[in-house]
Design a protein around this ligand. Structure first.
Ligand code: PLP
Ligand code: SF4
Length: 351
């Protein structure tokens, strides 16, 4: 697991000179890193922990895209329920092996949007850094499940090309940290990254797209909070929750902590067959988010990545669902229903 293993390389001799070159020693490996290291990583373990039979599982699918589920997320699943909406997001099933027309390995055109390794520029004013291929969970519907992450720079020094490109374009006011999950970077390395981005005068905002507040709440450490608190950049965090049951317990505690820092929190969900494809499930998710000060941002049409066709909800159905949401929810709690179209200048509204 490349969680603590990535080497720290000096970026700028003035930055954190004392800590450069020190990788975290065993004693310093924090709780979240331990929890990630001991995540459930086989379909067998996942089923046995939930008291389920292994019959519906595809070990072939888990060979190409392995199972990863944290203890915290697992605890929010219902034991003995093979249709649990959290389980269905992570369980490898035989349907993944079916090939379906139109489902491809890079549905969002990310490879062609890569201007420098690890840097994606699709939209005006925003540059997105694919910091890592690692996630604290593996979502079976993930559009980046086939992305060649190994190509992304590993050390901070190797990101310098991307920083230079951002620095050279004054139209960029926002840097988005994405992945994989950008919060699998350790605190020290993230601090160095933020320091470096801050040096670019025209960058005003730092947006973090992460599923970690949902799946590995322990990761929201005091150091991370301090980094986000101390930066001159306006931080915005977009969390990824697809179902109300995800927003429970330790996850809500950490969301509240982020909130107390005044960090605007938004939620992005993917419309998923069998998981949140009903008015009730979506109203529940959006209201629950709003109750905790997390504003529903996007409801994404599934990106058509190979292996995920069984999760797709037709757009006509999605539109009807969102129409119902408009009738039932305050305007601010209705997410924008969008799809990613390769080559388009923004996420495309589905209306
Ligand atoms: C989705 C995305 C963004 C952010 O788009 P918003 O509509 O501002 O949320 C930026 N860059 C890339 C490459 C993206 O895929
Ligand atoms: S956390 Fe996000 S990037 Fe990672 S597998 Fe899930 S959907 Fe994909």
């Amino acid at each position: 697991m490349p969680v603590t293993g990535e080497t720290l390389t000096p970026l700028n001799p003035k930055v954190h000179v004392s800590s450069i070159g020190q990788s975290q020693s065993k004693a310093e490996v924090s709780t979240w890193q331990q929890e990630l290291a001991s995540a459930v990583r086989t379909p067998e373990d996942l089923c046995s922990r939930l008291g389920l039979s292994i019959e519906s599982v595809s070990s072939k699918a888990s060979e190409t895209f392995p199972v990863v589920v944290t203890e915290s997320f697992l605890k929010r699943m219902e034991v003995g329920n093979p249709r649990d909406p959290l389980l269905l997001q992570v369980l490898p099933v035989a349907e993944e092996e079916q090939s379906a027309t139109g489902f491809v390995s890079d549905p969002t055109g990310d490879l062609q949007a890569q201007s420098t390794e690890g840097l994606l520029r699709k939209y005006t004013g925003r540059a997105l850094l694919v910091l890592t291929g690692t996630c604290a969970i593996h979502c079976r519907y993930c559009f980046r499940r086939e992305f060649p992450y190994d190509l992304a720079p590993k050390s901070l020094a190797a990101w310098e090309l991307a920083f230079e490109e951002i620095a050279a374009d004054e139209t960029l006011s926002e840097v988005i940290l994405s992945g994989g999950d950008p919060l699998v970077w350790n605190d020290h390395k993230l601090q160095q990254l933020v320091d470096r981005i801050e040096q670019i005068p025209h960058v005003q905002r730092l947006r973090i797209h992460s599923r970690i507040p949902i799946v590995l709440p322990n990761r929201i450490t005091e150091e991370l909070i301090q980094t986000l608190h101390n930066t001159r950049l306006q931080v915005v965090m977009v969390i990824h929750s697809n179902h109300r049951n995800e927003l429970q317990g330790d996850c809500l505690d950490q969301i509240t902590r982020l909130q107390q820092q005044g960090i605007p929190l938004l939620n992005q969900a993917v419309l998923l067959r069998g998981i949140n494809d009903s008015v009730e499930a979506l109203v529940d998710l959006c209201e629950h988010c709003a109750n905790f000060g997390v504003m529903p941002y996007y409801l994404h049409q599934l990106d058509r990545v190979s292996g995920a066709s069984h999760f797709e909800v037709p757009m006509e159905e999605g539109k009807q669902l969102v129409d119902e949401l408009r009738k039932r929810l305050p305007g601010y709690a209705v997410p924008r229903y969008v799809q990613e179209v390769p080559g388009a200048l923004s996420k495309q509204p589905i209306e």
